[in-house]
Write a protein that binds this ligand. Structure first.
Ligand code: CA
Length: 220
């Protein structure tokens, strides 16, 4: 899953980036409102952490503009403004959640997971056939055998498991599992899928659909 962190406090950005990458997310950063607006238009994010007081604009405007443009990305407003009317306004402008600074990182992570779970029917455990992912613990197993995956292998498998039986293109995987620094012309997706297949030791579980992408086999 790919997140956009919109925040102008560099220390906070550094801490968030380290923690979120460790938790398996791809992270892009925008330090001001115009950069955030551009990235939201160009990239498909799964969730946005949105500060309210930003150089060049504010989070309320960004949120409203994104919703007006039909962007239904999950948005958590993260701000030092703790007045009731700010929280109410944030939610009314289209934010999905609101977190007041200073916050504890585990709570932020739990809120991120809670919002992303909505894509998978509210559960933090995904099962497709013998494959099982516990997204709260980042644990993966196949037929009860625990698998040690890198964050990118985990990200690819998680993404495929939310869409079993559907063809997912390399571009889509690159968009949702890698950050903006990934070179779109590398074979990084192919290499990661190859490594993932080797660890799964289950031939044909992840099918290659020639010139279209990859498909996680649905259980029969
Ligand atoms: Ca700020």
């Amino acid at each position: 899953m790919r997140l956009l962190v919109v925040e102008d406090e560099e220390d906070l950005v550094d801490a968030l980036r380290v923690g979120l990458v460790r938790a398996g997310y791809a992270v892009d950063v925008a330090f001001d409102a115009p950069a955030a607006q551009e990235k939201l238009q160009v990239n498909g994010y799964d969730l946005v952490l949105l500060d309210l007081n930003l150089p060049g604009g504010d989070g309320f405007q960004l949120c409203r503009a994104a919703r007006a443009a039909g962007n239904d990305v999950r948005i958590i407003m993260v701000t030092a403004r703790d007045r009731l009317d700010d929280r109410v306004r944030g939610l009314d402008e289209g934010a999905d959640d609101y977190l007041v600074k200073p916050f504890a990182f585990p709570e932020l992570l739990a809120r991120v997971r809670a919002l992303l779970r909505r894509d998978t029917g509210g559960t933090s455990v995904l099962e497709v056939g013998l494959l099982r992912i516990d997204t709260a613990r980042m644990e993966v197993s196949l037929g009860g055998r625990a698998l040690a995956l890198t964050p990118k292998e985990y990200g690819v498998l998680h993404y495929l498991m939310t869409r079993p039986g559907h063809v997912v293109s390399s571009e889509e995987l690159l968009e949702h599992v890698w950050d903006e620094h990934a070179d779109p012309f590398t074979n990084t997706v192919r290499v990661t899928v190859g490594n993932l297949r080797r660890k799964l030791q289950a031939d044909g579980l992840i099918e290659t659909v020639i010139s279209r992408g990859y498909r996680l086999k649905e259980p029969t």
